[in-house]
Design a protein around this ligand. Structure first.
Ligand code: SF4
Length: 376
Protein backbone atom coordinates (compact mmCIF):
# COMPACT_ATOMS: atom_id res chain seq x y z
CA UNK A 1 0.00 0.00 0.00
CA UNK A 2 1.42 3.37 -1.02
CA UNK A 3 2.85 5.38 1.90
CA UNK A 4 2.72 2.39 4.25
CA UNK A 5 5.00 -0.21 2.65
CA UNK A 6 7.68 2.46 2.28
CA UNK A 7 7.79 2.69 6.06
CA UNK A 8 8.37 -1.05 6.45
CA UNK A 9 11.30 -1.27 4.01
CA UNK A 10 13.60 -4.03 5.39
CA UNK A 11 16.81 -2.55 3.93
CA UNK A 12 16.19 0.83 5.57
CA UNK A 13 15.11 -0.91 8.77
CA UNK A 14 18.39 -2.84 8.87
CA UNK A 15 20.35 0.40 8.45
CA UNK A 16 18.54 1.97 11.39
CA UNK A 17 18.98 -1.14 13.53
CA UNK A 18 22.71 -1.28 12.67
CA UNK A 19 23.05 2.38 13.60
CA UNK A 20 21.38 1.75 16.97
CA UNK A 21 23.65 -1.25 17.64
CA UNK A 22 26.74 0.84 16.86
CA UNK A 23 25.61 3.71 19.09
CA UNK A 24 24.60 1.83 22.24
CA UNK A 25 27.24 1.35 24.92
CA UNK A 26 25.12 0.72 28.05
CA UNK A 27 21.58 -0.16 29.20
CA UNK A 28 18.72 2.25 28.52
CA UNK A 29 15.00 2.06 29.32
CA UNK A 30 12.78 3.85 26.79
CA UNK A 31 9.01 4.18 27.11
CA UNK A 32 6.82 4.25 24.01
CA UNK A 33 3.84 6.27 25.21
CA UNK A 34 1.15 5.06 22.82
CA UNK A 35 -0.51 1.67 22.66
CA UNK A 36 -0.51 1.90 18.86
CA UNK A 37 3.28 2.05 19.00
CA UNK A 38 3.33 -0.92 21.40
CA UNK A 39 1.30 -3.00 18.95
CA UNK A 40 3.57 -2.03 16.06
CA UNK A 41 6.69 -2.93 18.11
CA UNK A 42 5.34 -6.32 19.15
CA UNK A 43 3.69 -7.11 15.81
CA UNK A 44 6.90 -6.47 13.88
CA UNK A 45 9.15 -7.85 16.64
CA UNK A 46 11.10 -4.58 16.60
CA UNK A 47 12.19 -5.06 20.22
CA UNK A 48 13.87 -8.33 19.23
CA UNK A 49 15.98 -6.50 16.63
CA UNK A 50 17.43 -4.08 19.19
CA UNK A 51 20.58 -4.48 21.27
CA UNK A 52 20.00 -6.36 24.52
CA UNK A 53 20.87 -3.19 26.46
CA UNK A 54 17.71 -1.42 25.24
CA UNK A 55 14.49 -2.15 27.09
CA UNK A 56 11.24 -0.82 25.67
CA UNK A 57 8.75 -0.08 28.43
CA UNK A 58 5.12 0.00 27.31
CA UNK A 59 3.35 3.18 28.36
CA UNK A 60 -0.20 4.05 29.36
CA UNK A 61 -1.27 5.46 25.98
CA UNK A 62 -4.24 3.19 25.37
CA UNK A 63 -7.48 5.17 25.76
CA UNK A 64 -9.67 2.16 26.43
CA UNK A 65 -7.24 0.85 29.06
CA UNK A 66 -7.04 4.02 31.14
CA UNK A 67 -10.76 4.85 31.14
CA UNK A 68 -11.60 4.60 34.87
CA UNK A 69 -13.69 1.72 36.11
CA UNK A 70 -16.12 4.24 37.64
CA UNK A 71 -16.68 5.78 34.19
CA UNK A 72 -17.29 2.32 32.69
CA UNK A 73 -19.82 1.66 35.46
CA UNK A 74 -21.49 5.02 34.72
CA UNK A 75 -21.74 4.01 31.07
CA UNK A 76 -23.33 0.71 32.08
CA UNK A 77 -25.78 2.50 34.37
CA UNK A 78 -26.81 5.05 31.71
CA UNK A 79 -27.03 2.45 28.94
CA UNK A 80 -29.39 0.35 31.09
CA UNK A 81 -31.93 3.13 31.49
CA UNK A 82 -35.19 2.97 29.50
CA UNK A 83 -35.36 5.39 26.58
CA UNK A 84 -31.60 5.74 26.23
CA UNK A 85 -29.69 4.95 23.03
CA UNK A 86 -26.08 4.46 24.11
CA UNK A 87 -23.53 4.86 21.29
CA UNK A 88 -19.89 3.84 21.48
CA UNK A 89 -16.93 2.71 19.44
CA UNK A 90 -16.90 -1.08 19.33
CA UNK A 91 -13.84 -1.68 21.51
CA UNK A 92 -15.57 -0.29 24.61
CA UNK A 93 -18.31 -2.94 24.54
CA UNK A 94 -16.15 -5.70 26.01
CA UNK A 95 -14.33 -3.61 28.61
CA UNK A 96 -15.21 -5.12 31.97
CA UNK A 97 -16.99 -2.92 34.49
CA UNK A 98 -17.47 -3.95 38.11
CA UNK A 99 -19.98 -6.68 37.30
CA UNK A 100 -20.70 -6.69 33.55
CA UNK A 101 -19.88 -5.01 30.23
CA UNK A 102 -21.86 -3.14 27.57
CA UNK A 103 -22.46 -6.38 25.64
CA UNK A 104 -24.26 -7.75 28.70
CA UNK A 105 -26.37 -4.57 28.89
CA UNK A 106 -27.22 -4.97 25.22
CA UNK A 107 -28.12 -8.66 25.59
CA UNK A 108 -30.37 -7.71 28.52
CA UNK A 109 -32.35 -5.36 26.26
CA UNK A 110 -30.37 -2.12 26.47
CA UNK A 111 -30.18 -0.10 23.24
CA UNK A 112 -26.39 -0.08 22.82
CA UNK A 113 -25.16 0.79 19.34
CA UNK A 114 -21.70 0.69 17.78
CA UNK A 115 -20.94 3.81 15.75
CA UNK A 116 -17.91 4.85 13.74
CA UNK A 117 -17.92 8.54 14.57
CA UNK A 118 -19.50 10.79 17.21
CA UNK A 119 -21.36 12.50 14.37
CA UNK A 120 -23.16 9.17 13.74
CA UNK A 121 -24.53 9.46 17.28
CA UNK A 122 -25.69 13.00 16.59
CA UNK A 123 -27.49 11.77 13.47
CA UNK A 124 -29.20 9.10 15.58
CA UNK A 125 -30.25 11.82 18.05
CA UNK A 126 -31.79 13.88 15.23
CA UNK A 127 -33.72 10.83 14.04
CA UNK A 128 -34.98 9.92 17.51
CA UNK A 129 -36.17 13.16 19.13
CA UNK A 130 -38.13 11.27 21.79
CA UNK A 131 -35.06 9.36 23.03
CA UNK A 132 -31.92 10.40 24.89
CA UNK A 133 -28.79 9.60 22.84
CA UNK A 134 -25.44 9.36 24.61
CA UNK A 135 -22.01 9.04 22.99
CA UNK A 136 -19.17 7.52 25.03
CA UNK A 137 -16.40 10.05 24.39
CA UNK A 138 -13.12 8.55 25.53
CA UNK A 139 -9.53 8.94 24.46
CA UNK A 140 -6.50 11.17 24.26
CA UNK A 141 -5.94 14.43 22.42
CA UNK A 142 -6.59 12.60 19.16
CA UNK A 143 -10.27 11.83 19.69
CA UNK A 144 -11.11 14.92 21.72
CA UNK A 145 -11.44 17.35 18.75
CA UNK A 146 -14.17 15.39 16.87
CA UNK A 147 -16.06 14.88 20.13
CA UNK A 148 -15.77 18.61 20.86
CA UNK A 149 -17.00 19.37 17.35
CA UNK A 150 -20.02 17.09 17.83
CA UNK A 151 -21.05 18.86 21.03
CA UNK A 152 -20.51 22.22 19.32
CA UNK A 153 -22.77 21.07 16.46
CA UNK A 154 -25.42 19.75 18.86
CA UNK A 155 -25.60 23.15 20.52
CA UNK A 156 -25.57 25.03 17.23
CA UNK A 157 -28.36 22.85 15.77
CA UNK A 158 -30.38 22.83 18.99
CA UNK A 159 -30.26 19.03 19.35
CA UNK A 160 -31.02 18.76 23.05
CA UNK A 161 -31.48 14.99 23.31
CA UNK A 162 -27.74 14.39 22.70
CA UNK A 163 -25.07 14.19 25.41
CA UNK A 164 -21.47 13.07 25.82
CA UNK A 165 -20.10 10.82 28.56
CA UNK A 166 -16.62 12.31 28.72
CA UNK A 167 -13.41 10.54 29.68
CA UNK A 168 -10.70 12.43 27.84
CA UNK A 169 -7.10 12.36 29.02
CA UNK A 170 -3.95 14.30 28.15
CA UNK A 171 -0.48 12.86 27.58
CA UNK A 172 1.96 15.49 28.98
CA UNK A 173 0.64 15.34 32.60
CA UNK A 174 0.92 11.53 32.41
CA UNK A 175 4.59 11.79 31.37
CA UNK A 176 5.11 14.19 34.26
CA UNK A 177 3.45 11.74 36.69
CA UNK A 178 5.45 8.77 35.40
CA UNK A 179 8.73 10.64 35.76
CA UNK A 180 7.78 11.88 39.24
CA UNK A 181 7.12 8.35 40.55
CA UNK A 182 9.86 6.99 42.87
CA UNK A 183 9.63 3.63 41.08
CA UNK A 184 10.15 5.13 37.63
CA UNK A 185 12.80 3.42 35.48
CA UNK A 186 12.09 5.36 32.28
CA UNK A 187 15.02 7.32 30.85
CA UNK A 188 13.49 8.57 27.60
CA UNK A 189 10.18 8.78 25.78
CA UNK A 190 8.88 8.10 22.31
CA UNK A 191 6.02 10.63 22.31
CA UNK A 192 2.83 9.75 20.44
CA UNK A 193 2.95 11.27 16.96
CA UNK A 194 -0.80 11.51 16.42
CA UNK A 195 -1.27 13.37 19.72
CA UNK A 196 1.34 15.90 18.62
CA UNK A 197 -0.36 16.24 15.23
CA UNK A 198 -3.25 17.82 17.15
CA UNK A 199 -1.47 19.47 20.07
CA UNK A 200 1.94 20.31 18.62
CA UNK A 201 5.13 19.92 20.64
CA UNK A 202 4.92 23.03 22.81
CA UNK A 203 4.27 21.22 26.11
CA UNK A 204 7.31 18.95 25.86
CA UNK A 205 10.44 21.14 26.22
CA UNK A 206 9.57 22.01 29.83
CA UNK A 207 9.03 18.31 30.62
CA UNK A 208 12.30 17.30 28.98
CA UNK A 209 14.16 19.98 30.94
CA UNK A 210 12.45 19.31 34.29
CA UNK A 211 13.07 15.56 34.22
CA UNK A 212 16.18 15.63 32.04
CA UNK A 213 14.72 13.09 29.60
CA UNK A 214 14.92 13.01 25.83
CA UNK A 215 11.46 13.13 24.21
CA UNK A 216 11.29 12.14 20.56
CA UNK A 217 7.97 12.57 18.74
CA UNK A 218 7.54 9.27 16.90
CA UNK A 219 5.14 7.75 14.38
CA UNK A 220 3.70 4.26 14.17
CA UNK A 221 5.18 2.37 11.22
CA UNK A 222 8.28 0.19 11.76
CA UNK A 223 10.72 2.72 10.26
CA UNK A 224 9.09 5.54 12.26
CA UNK A 225 9.63 3.67 15.51
CA UNK A 226 13.19 2.59 14.70
CA UNK A 227 14.04 6.18 13.77
CA UNK A 228 12.52 7.40 17.05
CA UNK A 229 14.59 4.86 18.99
CA UNK A 230 17.72 5.75 17.00
CA UNK A 231 17.36 9.43 17.86
CA UNK A 232 16.50 8.70 21.48
CA UNK A 233 19.52 6.45 21.94
CA UNK A 234 21.72 9.08 20.29
CA UNK A 235 20.57 11.65 22.85
CA UNK A 236 20.95 9.28 25.80
CA UNK A 237 24.47 8.29 24.81
CA UNK A 238 25.42 11.95 24.30
CA UNK A 239 23.88 13.02 27.62
CA UNK A 240 21.35 15.31 25.93
CA UNK A 241 17.68 15.73 26.86
CA UNK A 242 15.90 17.55 24.06
CA UNK A 243 12.62 17.38 22.19
CA UNK A 244 12.99 16.12 18.62
CA UNK A 245 10.35 15.62 15.97
CA UNK A 246 10.94 12.31 14.16
CA UNK A 247 7.46 12.43 12.59
CA UNK A 248 7.61 15.66 10.56
CA UNK A 249 5.34 14.38 7.80
CA UNK A 250 2.44 14.64 10.26
CA UNK A 251 3.54 16.86 13.15
CA UNK A 252 4.10 20.60 13.14
CA UNK A 253 5.38 22.34 16.27
CA UNK A 254 2.22 24.43 16.49
CA UNK A 255 -0.15 21.43 16.06
CA UNK A 256 -3.53 21.84 14.41
CA UNK A 257 -4.82 25.39 15.17
CA UNK A 258 -8.45 24.64 14.23
CA UNK A 259 -8.58 21.57 16.46
CA UNK A 260 -6.92 23.46 19.31
CA UNK A 261 -9.44 26.29 19.03
CA UNK A 262 -12.31 23.80 19.18
CA UNK A 263 -10.82 22.09 22.25
CA UNK A 264 -10.38 25.43 24.01
CA UNK A 265 -13.98 26.38 23.29
CA UNK A 266 -15.72 23.17 24.34
CA UNK A 267 -13.51 21.63 27.04
CA UNK A 268 -11.76 22.72 30.21
CA UNK A 269 -8.79 21.02 31.85
CA UNK A 270 -9.48 19.01 35.03
CA UNK A 271 -7.80 16.41 37.23
CA UNK A 272 -8.64 12.94 35.89
CA UNK A 273 -8.40 9.44 37.35
CA UNK A 274 -6.61 6.90 35.12
CA UNK A 275 -7.61 3.25 35.50
CA UNK A 276 -4.91 1.35 37.35
CA UNK A 277 -2.84 4.48 37.92
CA UNK A 278 -4.88 6.96 39.96
CA UNK A 279 -5.70 10.62 39.65
CA UNK A 280 -3.23 12.79 37.72
CA UNK A 281 -3.56 16.57 38.14
CA UNK A 282 -4.68 18.47 35.03
CA UNK A 283 -4.61 15.27 32.99
CA UNK A 284 -8.09 15.40 31.50
CA UNK A 285 -10.88 17.42 29.99
CA UNK A 286 -14.54 17.89 30.78
CA UNK A 287 -17.15 19.98 29.01
CA UNK A 288 -16.84 23.65 29.87
CA UNK A 289 -19.62 25.58 31.60
CA UNK A 290 -21.08 26.77 28.30
CA UNK A 291 -21.60 23.14 27.18
CA UNK A 292 -22.32 21.51 30.57
CA UNK A 293 -25.92 20.75 29.57
CA UNK A 294 -24.48 18.20 27.09
CA UNK A 295 -22.55 16.34 29.80
CA UNK A 296 -24.17 12.92 30.35
CA UNK A 297 -22.88 12.70 33.94
CA UNK A 298 -24.92 15.80 34.84
CA UNK A 299 -27.91 14.90 32.70
CA UNK A 300 -28.27 11.41 34.20
CA UNK A 301 -27.02 12.26 37.70
CA UNK A 302 -24.64 9.33 37.90
CA UNK A 303 -22.08 9.96 40.61
CA UNK A 304 -20.27 8.16 43.41
CA UNK A 305 -20.80 4.62 42.15
CA UNK A 306 -19.18 1.87 44.19
CA UNK A 307 -16.68 0.08 41.95
CA UNK A 308 -14.91 -3.25 42.27
CA UNK A 309 -11.79 -4.12 40.23
CA UNK A 310 -10.69 -7.72 39.58
CA UNK A 311 -8.10 -8.62 42.23
CA UNK A 312 -6.24 -10.81 39.72
CA UNK A 313 -5.67 -8.01 37.21
CA UNK A 314 -2.31 -6.19 37.32
CA UNK A 315 -3.08 -3.80 34.47
CA UNK A 316 -2.12 -0.81 36.61
CA UNK A 317 1.43 -2.15 36.83
CA UNK A 318 1.39 -2.92 33.10
CA UNK A 319 0.24 0.63 32.31
CA UNK A 320 3.01 2.12 34.44
CA UNK A 321 5.64 -0.09 32.80
CA UNK A 322 6.39 -1.86 36.09
CA UNK A 323 5.72 -5.34 34.70
CA UNK A 324 5.37 -6.84 31.24
CA UNK A 325 1.96 -8.38 30.46
CA UNK A 326 3.21 -11.98 30.52
CA UNK A 327 4.43 -11.41 34.08
CA UNK A 328 0.80 -11.21 35.21
CA UNK A 329 -0.21 -14.62 36.58
CA UNK A 330 -3.58 -14.49 34.78
CA UNK A 331 -2.05 -13.76 31.34
CA UNK A 332 -3.17 -16.31 28.74
CA UNK A 333 -4.93 -18.48 31.30
CA UNK A 334 -7.69 -16.77 33.31
CA UNK A 335 -7.35 -13.70 31.08
CA UNK A 336 -7.55 -13.83 27.29
CA UNK A 337 -9.09 -11.50 24.67
CA UNK A 338 -12.23 -13.68 24.71
CA UNK A 339 -12.43 -13.55 28.49
CA UNK A 340 -10.63 -10.36 29.55
CA UNK A 341 -10.14 -9.51 33.20
CA UNK A 342 -8.75 -6.06 32.41
CA UNK A 343 -9.08 -3.43 29.71
CA UNK A 344 -5.47 -3.92 28.58
CA UNK A 345 -6.51 -7.34 27.25
CA UNK A 346 -9.53 -5.92 25.39
CA UNK A 347 -8.34 -2.92 23.51
CA UNK A 348 -6.76 -2.99 20.07
CA UNK A 349 -4.08 -0.78 21.67
CA UNK A 350 -3.73 -2.68 24.96
CA UNK A 351 -0.32 -4.09 25.86
CA UNK A 352 -1.75 -7.38 27.18
CA UNK A 353 -3.67 -7.90 23.94
CA UNK A 354 -0.52 -7.16 21.92
CA UNK A 355 1.49 -9.75 23.85
CA UNK A 356 -1.31 -12.28 23.49
CA UNK A 357 -1.78 -11.71 19.77
CA UNK A 358 1.84 -11.46 18.67
CA UNK A 359 4.03 -13.08 21.30
CA UNK A 360 4.44 -16.62 22.57
CA UNK A 361 5.78 -15.77 25.99
CA UNK A 362 4.30 -18.12 28.56
CA UNK A 363 1.14 -18.62 26.52
CA UNK A 364 0.03 -22.24 26.17
CA UNK A 365 0.50 -23.35 22.54
CA UNK A 366 -3.18 -24.20 22.03
CA UNK A 367 -4.25 -20.64 22.88
CA UNK A 368 -1.90 -18.81 20.52
CA UNK A 369 -3.96 -17.19 17.78
CA UNK A 370 -1.26 -15.05 16.15
CA UNK A 371 2.12 -15.38 14.49
CA UNK A 372 5.19 -13.32 15.19
CA UNK A 373 6.01 -11.24 12.18
CA UNK A 374 9.10 -9.23 11.53
CA UNK A 375 10.03 -6.24 9.47
CA UNK A 376 9.95 -7.07 5.82
S1 SF4 B 1 -3.15 -10.19 31.51
FE1 SF4 B 1 -5.31 -9.69 31.99
S2 SF4 B 1 -5.43 -9.82 34.21
FE2 SF4 B 1 -3.25 -9.61 33.69
S3 SF4 B 1 -2.83 -7.40 33.70
FE3 SF4 B 1 -3.37 -7.94 31.59
S4 SF4 B 1 -5.58 -7.51 31.50
FE4 SF4 B 1 -5.07 -7.65 33.70
Amino acid sequence: MKYLEEFSDPILAKRLVDDIHQTVTRPWAIMEVCGGQTHSIIRHALDQLLPAQIELIHGPGCPVCVTPLETIDKALEIASRPGVIFCSFGDMLRVPGSDRDLFRVKSAGGDVRVVYSPMDALTIARGNPGRQVVFFGIGFETTAPPNAMTVYQAKKLGIDNFSLLVSHVRVPPAIDAIMSSPSCRVQAFLAAGHVCTVMGTGEYPALAARHQVPIVVTGFEPLDILEGIRRTVGQLEAGRHEVENAYPRAVKDEGNPAALAMLRDVFEVVDRPWRGIGTIPDSGWRLSEAYRQYDAEYRFSVADLRVSESSACRSGEVLQGLIKPHQCEAFGTQCTPRNPLGATMVSSEGACAAYYLYRRLDVPAQSRPGQVTSVG
